[in-house]
Design a protein around this ligand. Structure first.
Ligand SMILES: CC(C)(COP(=O)(O)OP(=O)(O)OC[C@H]1O[C@@H](n2cnc3c(N)ncnc32)[C@H](O)[C@@H]1OP(=O)(O)O)[C@@H](O)C(=O)NCCC(=O)NCCS
Length: 232
């Protein structure tokens, strides 16, 4: 039985699987500094809100024998498949001068660790971020986490600094190490980053999320509107 791993934008219907991959990092350790596991609706809002500006990607496994794999190849806006991992970029800080900087995160289902899922997700993530005009990505890693450090350094991140005792969770204080990766050369006269829905062929959006993000019921519109990748 042949499997195929596809990276696409997250859909509402992926949220439950994303939550279950994320859950242990909230409830049982300090990889995430979030203290309460977010409910389904709050998580849907989180994904949909982020997708208005930035990419939230999932790596989904389709078994070739399933009709959904064929459907996806014919029409990549189709949701479905088993989510094996996800990655997203969030704004680094809110003030205007920071607008070209993002924070990247990736989480992969444990049974698929070290099989290239994280790398594939970040390849797509950084290619989209470059096209949007972002310049620098940061990764904040609760220490120790040799898996995440090894992973981020393998995809081009370099260590920057350690914030000592910056967080308290599950009964102890934690250090967070920061890593950086240049997405592209800083332009002399940067234009504001292009919101994700205006990138014509970033990755096929699922219909359900596309409607939430753009308010449109026509899933082809975003792709036709933005004929120039550098537009708007
Ligand atoms: C960190 C994480 C996302 C990496 O994803 P992954 O799919 O397992 O990583 P990949 O298989 O794509 O690995 C790519 C490269 O990263 C490095 N890497 C991955 N796992 C590693 C490990 N356990 N130790 C050292 N380096 C590692 C290797 O260089 C690897 O390339 P190689 O296998 O050819 O040697 C995954 O381990 C994970 O979900 N961890 C738990 C959640 C987490 O800590 N997320 C990061 C929050 S800051």
């Amino acid at each position: 039985m042949e499997n195929s791993l596809v990276v696409r934008l997250a859909c509402e219907s992926d949220v439950e699987q994303i939550r279950q991959i994320y859950r242990p990092f909230v409830e049982t350790n300090s990889v995430s500094f979030e203290a309460e596991f977010p409910g389904h609706d709050a998580f849907v809002d989180r994904v949909v809100t982020l997708l208005k500006t930035l990419p939230w990607l999932v790596a989904v496994d389709f078994t070739r024998e399933e009709p959904s794999a064929r459907e996806f190849e014919e029409k990549p806006t189709t949701a479905g498949g088993r989510v094996r991992g996800f990655a997203y970029a969030a704004p680094h800080r809110a003030r205007a001068a920071y607008q070209w900087s993002v924070e990247a995160s990736a989480y992969v289902e444990p049974s698929r660790h070290r099989s290239g899922v994280g790398r594939l997700l970040y390849q797509h993530l950084f290619s989209i971020l470059a096209r949007q005009g972002f310049v620098t990505a940061y990764a904040g890693i609760t220490l120790p986490n040799p898996r995440s450090v090894g992973f981020h350094e393998s995809v081009g991140f370099s260590p920057l600094a350690v914030y000592r005792h910056v967080g308290f969770k599950l009964g102890s204080w934690h250090d967070v190490g920061w890593w950086e990766r240049q997405i592209q050369e800083p332009p002399l006269e940067p234009r504001a980053p292009i919101p994700l829905p205006e990138i014509s062929d970033a990755l096929a959006p699922c219909a359900s999320v596309f409607e939430r993000v753009t308010g449109s019921h026509d899933t082809s519109r975003g792709q036709e509107d933005d004929s120039s990748p550098g537009g708007s």
